[in-house]
Design a protein around this ligand. Structure first.
Ligand code: GRF
Length: 232
């Protein structure tokens, strides 16, 4: 039976779109059963509806407390009976109860090399710090914002001409490889969050998960099991 996936978005939904395409083209064995946004205006909702995926909006502004929003969101997610919940640009911070409910079955994509630069404005912060490498990470979600165990990272070199916009575009391309790959591994029963960390194909991953480096146009694996294949 294929893996049932609920995707949470807040905006454009390009990461979600990559998942939709991968499923439609038969590269990703998963079923996108529902897309939920906290904003009715999220452009990604239209894209999901066009792909005939069930959509829902739960507006965080309609709730007086974070816990009440999280409870409503939990009900909406659980109702779709997902095996996996994917945060694809979902811009809300969760309560501990929410995170605990989905522990080991909720992953997030983040535009930085975690544990460096959790939170917002990662590209600006990388430029300010003068870092020479930057990238993206997919990780399991825990209480700490953008702090959960890393599944996979991809890094690229920052050049002298880089701006936040340029980095945003290049890092987003990395995200579009990492997120479907992590979903693919999970959907095939290859990825697991255990007490001692993330396991892929039976191997305990290091703190940065599987690490890829962008060399020219190619992502080359630097750390992690040789079986760790990117879904492209
Ligand atoms: C991505 O950069 C993601 O990492 C961040 O928000 C952005 C969402 O982009 N958290 P999209 O909605 O998937 O196009």
């Amino acid at each position: 039976m294929s893996c049932r996936v609920v995707v949470l978005i807040s905006g454009r939904g390009s990461n979600m779109g990559v998942l939709i395409d991968a499923v439609r083209e038969g590269r990703l064995e998963a079923e996108l059963v529902r897309v939920i946004s906290n904003r009715a205006s999220a452009a990604g909702l239209e894209r999901a509806a066009d792909a005939e995926i069930d959509t829902a909006v739960i507006n965080h502004r309609s709730f007086s407390e974070r816990a009440l929003f999280d409870q409503a969101l939990t009900r909406e997610i659980d109702d779709a009976r997902p095996d996996l919940v994917v945060l694809a640009g979902f811009m809300r911070i969760f309560t501990a109860a929410f995170v605990e409910h989905f522990r080991g079955r909720m992953i997030n994509i983040h535009p930085a090399l975690l544990p460096r630069y959790p939170g917002l404005h990662t590209h600006e912060r990388v430029l300010e710090a003068g870092d020479e490498v930057h990238g993206a990470s997919a990780h399991f979600v825990t209480e700490e914002v953008d702090g959960g165990p890393v599944i996979v990272e991809a890094e690229l070199s920052v050049t002298k001409d880089d701006t936040a916009d340029k980095l945003n575009a290049r890092v987003l391309r990395l995200e579009h490889h990492l997120l479907p790959s992590a979903v693919h591994w999970f959907a095939n029963g290859r990825l697991e969050l255990a007490a001692n960390g993330v396991h892929l194909d039976g191997e305990l991953l290091g703190e940065r998960g599987v690490v890829f480096e962008l060399q020219g146009e190619t992502l080359t694996r630097m750390e992690g099991p040789a079986s760790a294949d990117l879904l492209v």
